[in-house]
Design a protein. Structure first.
Length: 307
């Protein structure tokens, strides 16, 4: 599959005030397929923003190569930047410009003639029609976030990077924003998303990479990644609290609290039916069962905790 973004052996090192080196990126290798909805996840300080800033041309890499739609960001920086639109995490806007003026200025920066600008189309797509002539300082946080998305789209980039795009956005605005982004993706735009709302990434993304301490520790199709941690959790409500657990439950690491028994197990190695049978054989009956299937948050925590 053709790549929208190709990153090879990417390093970024900063010097702190004492002159010591801080490695923000450590040999990152990453390929983002063209037309994908790609999730780039990681804890705070993992290197996500540094990576995005390098893609956007805002940070100079220490070493390595980066291509956007096969264009080297060093050999042809101007053309590479035209291939990508970035929605930053921070709400950075000139507070004195109206929505329409801000979009027109952004289009002007890319050299787009007035006759070819999509200002009104973007205003309507972002749900900002009734705010088109309102200065950005008078917009709510959610509306400002929409304006940032609009500014990233003025040059119709084939790659759109969204850095925490729904932070501080209410539920209704978030749903409308995602509806529009999904339409862009279906039309062929490659979407790269960073978010701390892991349920969003699980619902939207088809490919997911996890970065931690400046290195990629996972890069899989979502379904493959979701199968990577075989773990289930079952909460059993018992008819009474046993004095001693059956050996099978004890060996599995089950935790008893009152008459509730919490069991985490690998389905490939254990069977909940055998555990219930062991309880019944000891005269302990199960009154209720609650199960918890693993989700992306479980996998994220398992892969980044103390790694």
């Amino acid at each position: 599959m053709t790549a929208a973004i190709e990153i090879s052996e990417l390093h970024k090192t900063y010097l702190d005030k004492s002159g010591s080196s801080k490695h923000a990126l450590r040999g990152v290798d990453l390929t983002i397929p063209r037309g994908s909805f790609f999730g780039l996840l990681g804890p705070n300080g993992a290197g996500k923003s540094t990576l995005i800033n390098i893609l956007a041309g805002l940070t100079i890499k220490t070493s390595g190569t980066v291509h956007i739609n096969s264009i080297d960001i060093d050999a042809d920086a101007r053309n590479a930047r035209r291939q990508i639109g970035v929605v930053p995490q921070e709400l950075v806007l000139d507070t004195f410009f109206t929505v329409r003026q801000a979009l027109d200025l952004a289009a002007g920066y890319y050299g787009i003639p007035k006759a070819k600008r999509r200002t009104q189309e973007i205003i309507e797509a972002m749900g900002l029609a009734d705010k088109a002539d309102t200065p950005s300082r008078k917009l709510s946080g959610g509306m400002r976030r929409r304006l940032l998305v609009g500014k990233a789209l003025v040059h119709n980039p084939p790659v759109l990077v969204l850095d925490e795009p729904t932070a501080g956005v209410d539920v209704e605005l978030r749903r409308q924003l995602w509806d529009y982004i999904k339409r862009l993706n279906k039309a062929g735009t490659t979407i790269v998303l960073t978010t701390h709302y892991l349920e969003e990434a699980e619902e939207l993304c088809d490919e997911i990479a996890i970065i931690h301490h400046g290195a990629i520790i996972a890069n899989e199709h979502k379904e493959t990644l979701m199968r990577g941690v075989d773990s289930k959790e079952v909460l059993l409500t018992l008819d009474h609290a046993p004095a001693v657990l059956p050996p099978l439950l004890h060996e599995s690491g089950a935790v008893l609290s009152g008459n509730q028994l919490r069991v985490k197990y690998d389905p490939a190695l254990g069977n909940i039916g055998d555990m219930i049978t062991a309880l019944v054989q000891d005269g302990i009956h199960v009154r209720d069962i609650t199960t918890h299937e693993r989700d992306l948050e479980d996998i994220f925590v398992a892969m980044t905790h103390n790694k």
